[in-house]
Design a protein around this ligand. Structure first.
Ligand SMILES: [Zn+2]
Length: 111
């Protein structure tokens, strides 16, 4: 079903334009939770695989720092270089937390 990207109202399949906003409808609304916060994202850690990246991400989120995982090539299970990114405002804090995290559990990244 198409949605209006502006008022987020859902329309019937044959509707192309939001009658209220006059904008073209989109097939899928971007999920609000997945949108990065305003401002640049900064890479604070380069993980060796998705598991490590996810561990860092959930670790940072325990401290209310929203983290994003990014990688440039797109295989389903990327390995090699996976960036963990946070908003610029949180970058210093995130780097300190990550440093502490690796000091406290250097070898122990298994879930
Ligand atoms: Zn609308």
């Amino acid at each position: 079903m198409p949605f209006c990207p502006q008022c987020r109202y859902e329309y019937d399949a044959e509707v192309r334009q939001c009658p209220d906003c006059g904008v073209e409808l989109v097939e899928k609304l971007p999920s609000q939770e997945e949108l990065p916060p305003a401002g640049a994202l900064v890479t604070v850690h380069i993980a060796k695989d998705m598991i490590e990246a996810n561990v860092i991400k959930s670790f940072l989120e325990e401290f209310q720092i929203e983290a994003f995982i990014g990688y440039d090539l797109g295989p389903a299970y990327p390995v090699g270089q996976i960036d963990v990114r946070v908003a610029e405002a949180h970058a210093d804090e995130a780097r300190e937390l990550i440093a502490e995290f690796f000091q406290s559990s250097p070898e122990d990244l298994e879930l």
